[in-house]
Design a protein around this ligand. Sequence first.
Ligand code: PEP
Ligand code: MG
Length: 759
Amino acid sequence: MGKGAVVTARGPRLLLRQIREALAGAHGAVPAQDRLNMVVRIIARSMVAEVCSIYLRRASGELELFATEGLNPEAVHNTRLRPGEGLVGEVARLAQPISLSDAPSHPSFSYRPETGEDPFHAFLGAPLLRGGRAIGVLVVQNRAARRYDEEEVEDIQTIAMVLAETVASGELLAQAELRDVEVAPHRPERLRGQKFAEGLSFGRAVLHEAPLAPEQLLSDDPVAEEARLQQALDELRSSIDALLEGSQGKLGGTPYEVLETYRMFADDRGWNRSLEEAVRSGLTAEAAVDRVRNEHRARFANARDPYIRERLHDFEDLANRLLRVLAGDNPGQRDLPDDAILVARNLGPADLLEYPRHKLRGLLLEEGSAASHAAIVARALQIPCVGRLQGLRDRLSEGDQVIVDGETGEAYLRPRPDMLAAVESRMAVREQRRAEFDQLRDIPAVTRDGQRITLLTNAGLAVDLENLDATGAEGIGLFRTEFQFMVSDELPRLTAQTALYKLVLDAAGDRPVTFRTLDIGGDKVLPYLENEREENPALGRRAVRLGLDRPALLRMQLRALLTAAAGRELRVMFPMIATVDEFRAARELVDVECDWARRRGRPLPSLLRVGAMIECPSLLWHLDALLPLTDFVSVGTNDLMQYMFAADRTNPLVSDRYDPLSPPALRALAEIQQKCADSATPVSVCGELAGRPLEAFALITLGYNRLSAPAGGVGPVKRMILSADLNAARRGMNVLLGSSAGSVRGEIESLARKLNVDV
Ligand code: PEP
Ligand code: MG
């Protein structure tokens, strides 16, 4: 039905109210079984069915008859069906309703004599869906071989949804009765994922996609509710249109093609119709979105086709956005506990930044990758984060206690008290170590044999500036300017860029800051920047390549940097330089901007240093040509390793497959260091390696004396430096460079241990 057509109120609203009233009145006083019996009786009567039964899934996976009106009461808690067994098992397996006029003649029909169901021909079953999983089945049956009409099928799904939520919220059955029922997970569980951000914490789960409370499920006025739904859909469509047209919208951080897909879904008649139908059957608009989303999830849960999974993902995202439009709020206004562990399937950096930082203890993601933006932001905010936790969302309920173990890459759901105690003592040890690092804050990083190492930190957000004082870093060795672009809904203007760079320089005072120009493209797509779809984005038009193709963009950034640094030192470097010509061209743009400012009499930086990042292996064989043109270089080991080993850093199947502590990688790093020393070009390492004590030990042994580490790595690396004797280590390292092993990690560890280095 289109907009403006007459909406007829109908459906199970009255019935649902009766159920809820019966439950509310009976709560506490009446045993759970009697409550369930009451529910099936009300449903049977209202749907003019001779039978109504509720099956719930046990932990074993079997569907157990929990209550029935019309079948033999003796069968309750005795009849159990395996997944896929019988029609009830089929409903659960398919996660879809099944309607048959003559059930016994269906091949899946499984006759259970104890139920006495042989005289019933018509069968209508709907799954109780939660989080895209069937946690039970609701069935009505009639003696006569009748067909249930579309409205009845729709209605039973709505009733099933309300039942699923009521069961899971503990309203229908007490927790004790749910012990062995797979509705709301309650056992302790350990999930293995991947470390995305260091640290250890525990707290209460806050679901990014918050579940609806049972009292939010039913609407009082379906006509008004449908109008609300339509309005929200209109708002959703126009916000997507606004983004597609490049103007400011509400959906920040989303790639262009994804927006097009969203637009397609938002217009999808099937989706719209399902939502309208659900609202007409008595659900609120929010519950309708949730129901349709659950049905989608359940239907595609087992799809292996990456295309379908991707679409399902887009669809989820769109449903979330619609829920947000309906709620009209933002996560920052949500009432969070003080020990919130945020739980999401995936998260954009902007979403994460909208939560109040001081309440976030940790972040758990079902998907994502360590190089994803949310993970980078989590590291910057020093929030422990574990990702790639399969099945996470279905195993957690809002408020569950959880441990985020960013040291091992694991999550503990509803941990036992002994587990919690163990974590608390590990946290105390960490706290003690942090206190030790604080003591080192103002001590210069000098090795035992007197080598001075400059220890800098990586930054990219305004919050990082606090870390500068807290860690005692001597400056910012890598300022990732793209973060400002990534958390913005539109291209940051010249004034906004200038303001941020000024803020950074002011906070740094006389400590040096190295700004890296925009490193976008690849996986860092900005929705407001048109970009072509690329087959291999990591090898595509990213970073300086994009900057050179769109010089206006790069020049605007350089202008902002020059303005912000007027009268003081400015250090700028270009990412992803693959050829000497690229560096020349980029440097020329700096000259052009300096001339522009000079002609207008604008003050320039007191000192300007322009450098290149060494991230592309091609440069290794052209350092003799590059180094004389640069004022400094910085080795971006994250990308250099990805390109050297041809292993996508965002792909968990290969990202950890090769070890940077291996002869080829170490020889490459040694060669860069040597060539820089020969030409007196200052060189630093600013990849994640520089922030891990063992890897940093290898780097300083190779001769690097300038490291830029993530904030969390500064203390541990400084402690390592203070305990190291490089002269002794160098001899051991030279031997390892000649090894034929694929990794010499173990050997470097032994070397460090032998020399009493704190790694
Ligand atoms: C690197 O590649 O090592 C680096 C520091 O840059 P980013 O991680 O931002 O690509
Ligand atoms: Mg890089």
